[in-house]
Design a protein around this ligand. Sequence first.
Ligand SMILES: Nc1ncnc2c1ncn2[C@@H]1O[C@H](COP(=O)(O)OP(=O)(O)OP(=O)(O)O)[C@@H](O)[C@H]1O
Length: 256
Amino acid sequence: MTYALELKDLRKSFGKTEIIRGVNLAVNAGERVGIIGPNGAGKSTLFNLISGRFEPSSGDVLLGGQRINGKKPFEINRLGLSRSFQITNIFPKLSVFENLRCGVLWSLGYKYTFLKFLADLDDANDRADELMKMIKLDKKRDVLAINLTYAEQRALEIGITIAGGAGVILLDEPTAGMSRSETSRFINLIKEVTVGKTLLTVEHDMGVVFGLADRIAVVVYGEVLAFDTPDAVRANPRVQEAYLGSHVADTQAGSH
Ligand SMILES: Nc1ncnc2c1ncn2[C@@H]1O[C@H](COP(=O)(O)OP(=O)(O)OP(=O)(O)O)[C@@H](O)[C@H]1O
């Protein structure tokens, strides 16, 4: 069976310290996976290994069965994996439409001539329009990104992330900094725009991860302690002991 994304005995050391310590994870196509764990557990490092920002010390990362470790982030992107960052990477002085069109054109690659660029432009315009509707910013088409609300900027960021049509999407704390009502609306938006795609998110907010993920990977000290459905993770005594205890108690008390 080919997985959308597979990590095989993945390890990463910085100096003498092993931060990722033999991670195995197999994600099915179309699955939504939330990665949770205490501060410093290695979640961001894992994302950096998957997206090609860091090279693993050993082990493999497979995208659709193809080994991608050692490849550059842009090469991995062209192979169908797209990542958004906690820090938004939108162009503040471009409009919503222009930002999305840049995302589309970038995904087509740098290696084209001006004539090819012009030929692609019509398609890029159509695709940017389509994305704008998906992220519900069509009424803000010509507004500069800098003048959007924070939640709108995050939506734009997601639009840019999915612009190239990647099948595997990595989102780093997509709802960080949002109010509660913005967060629940945003979870729905993420679900809508990633239908049919494979989604990995790093999350601190338990409400978000339990609302969004089909399966949750609990990372503790660079290892995957559990990888299971939200209910099974909630009920897992090892997870409760190592990490979730207080959150689970809160959740069960109905505080989210
Ligand atoms: N480039 C680096 N060089 C050295 N150490 C690093 C580097 N990147 C991360 N680390 C260390 O690896 C460990 C895991 O960090 P990482 O950022 O992956 O954790 P995290 O689970 O994402 O934490 P948080 O929830 O706080 O974002 C930390 O101890 C961190 O100091």
